[in-house]
Design a protein around this ligand. Sequence first.
Ligand SMILES: [Mn+2]
Length: 332
Amino acid sequence: MLMKFLFFTDSHIRGTTPKNRKDNFYETLKLKFQEIKDIAQRLNVDYILHGGDWFDRPDISPSIVREFAVIIKGFQRPIYTVPGNHDIYGHNPDTIGRTMLGLLEGTGILNLINYDDEIILKKDSVSVQLTGKAYNYEIDSDQYKKYYVIKKQEGVDYAINIVHGMLLQKPFYEGIQYTLLDDIKDTEADITFAGHYHSGFGIKQIGSKYFINPGSIVRISSSLTEISRRPMVVFVRLDDGIHVETIELQTALPGDEVLDREKLEAAKDRTLKLHQFYQSISASGEYKKIDISELIEEIAANDELGRDVKEEALRRIAIARESFSTGQDENE
Ligand SMILES: [Mn+2]
């Protein structure tokens, strides 16, 4: 009796190279996907799991999606996953049907786990209950238990929950919503796999429960610690016990070869400020309520600025908001 899984997360497939990288990001990413395929075959895993943010944005160009779809199809193992915030429009999982991840699901290349799904996987005499929680705006709010604390059905051997949310070992900088491992230790999931937090926290055990985030397989966050981080996948064997290990990707080049240290340093302050600004807006829980135009009108009126200045400000904010809805949160 034995069931084997390979987990990886936050692949952020895109055709362009992020500003902090010195390599050809797209080519490196393809090599990583090929390596993951090789590992899955070598270890003869039964299933592949992914923690979300397959794509860097929901509308990646078809030619790029095609190349990766061919590799992913070549995994030749059932794939189960959840959408991350970058896979969907406006942090809204209901938009999945018009995204590239939705296309991969619709064509049967992978399986998306819906909020209420309890998928039962069986092999030999091992049974596993699989649940998954896509990113949404309340996942790390006071409603977090709905997503992170799950019940295990009678009679199944193991439960696995995959979550795309800001699950952390210890608090992050202020103004960001997160959920701590300690807050969810009552979950009946034997293994909780998390994506979203790119630095990851590796494999943690609280009692008999495992909490795992190996970090993004790509180093695109504006953080100096990314230089020394090694991208990895996680191999899990379930028999009469749980066995987990990390496997570093050999195709991931040394940090100093792919990351631009100077740019990371410059981006550090800017990223923190952006996060705080963004979180202060999203803290209300409903982005739609925020009327930035009204705010700008008010500020402009107070400063006795001309109409043309106000209009230009509004125009720029509209553009910024549009790109914000898909391209924000480089760290997640
Ligand atoms: Mn991500």
